[in-house]
Design a protein around this ligand. Structure first.
Ligand code: NAD
Length: 242
């Protein structure tokens, strides 16, 4: 059955990985989907979705998007980036960019689309966090973990402030998921197979997650099936944090 029939959804970072799988799944469940990405060419072939070029760090473009596409029922803030390194490795610009792309982007999109949701007393906002951040640390992920922990703080704040106005806001905290950017990070180590084995070894299930498995959670959070759920940071990590 179509679990998102009649709903309009905007997804950021939909060009590849989890965002792309989620856009396809939302469309398959009857939603009208605006799939956005910095790299608009990456949206090619995403059937059933309207492609939109959007850099989530561009505050003006985010504001203009509201006039463009109008009100939405579901906002999935999925765009994000990874900066590697410890606190001593992290430059001022890596720190600032981690916050801008991973957190301030969500602040911008929520401020743009929440008023329309409040007017209709209905909306589901889903923010992409990570198991790395509020739930736990990973080595060499200082700025990344800091930014993803902040996502959980933003999520709970929005949930608490608008709970009486029909708005729900939840965060997803995935473990290691096999996506194009993960493969890039593995290649960058210079030892793809060794790095992949190390990632697998910290997974109690002995395998990495698949983007479809995270998309299925996003579908639940977007749909009315999760109507009683708000302010949560849902861990989906193959038992890593158990
Ligand atoms: P990815 O990193 O492979 O792709 C991210 C997409 O976001 C790309 O298409 C990229 O073009 C886009 N993007 C980057 N900067 C952007 C910007 N400024 N504006 C708009 N779009 C931009 O995808 P992924 O690995 O599925 O990660 C998606 C989200 O899930 C990220 O927020 C990431 O931090 C989070 N996450 C991923 C994992 C994992 O293991 N892959 C684990 C936990 C959390």
């Amino acid at each position: 059955t179509a679990r998102l029939a009649g709903k309009r959804a905007l997804i950021t970072g939909a060009g590849q990985g989890i965002g792309r799988e989620t856009a396809a799944l939302f469309a398959a469940h009857g939603a009208t989907v605006w799939a956005s990405d910095l790299n608009v060419a990456a949206l090619d072939g995403l059937t059933g979705c309207s492609p939109i070029a959007l850099d989530v760090t561009d505050a003006e473009a985010v504001r203009a998007l509201v006039d463009d596409i109008g009100e939405i029922d579901v906002l999935f803030n999925c765009a994000g980036m990874v900066v590697s390194g410890t606190v001593l490795d992290c430059s001022e610009s890596d720190w600032a960019r981690s916050l801008d792309v991973n957190v301030t982007s969500m602040f911008r999109l929520i401020r743009a689309f929440l008023p329309g949701m409040i007017a209709r007393q209905s909306g589901s906002i889903i923010n992409m966090a990570s198991i790395v951040g509020a739930p736990k640390a990973a080595p060499n992920r200082c700025a990344y973990g800091m930014s993803k922990a902040a996502v959980v703080g933003l999520t709970k704040s929005v949930a608490a402030d608008y709970v009486t106005q029909g708005i729900r806001c939840n965060a997803i905290c995935p473990g290691t998921i096999e996506t194009p950017s993960l493969h890039d990070r593995l290649r960058e180590t210079g030892d793809f197979e060794g790095a992949l084995a190390a990632f697998r070894a910290r997974q109690p299930m002995g395998r990495l997650g698949q983007p479809q498995e995270i998309a299925a959670l996003a579908l639940y959070l977007a749909s009315d099936d999760s109507a009683f759920m708000t302010g949560q940071a849902v861990m989906i990590d193959g038992g890593w944090s158990a």
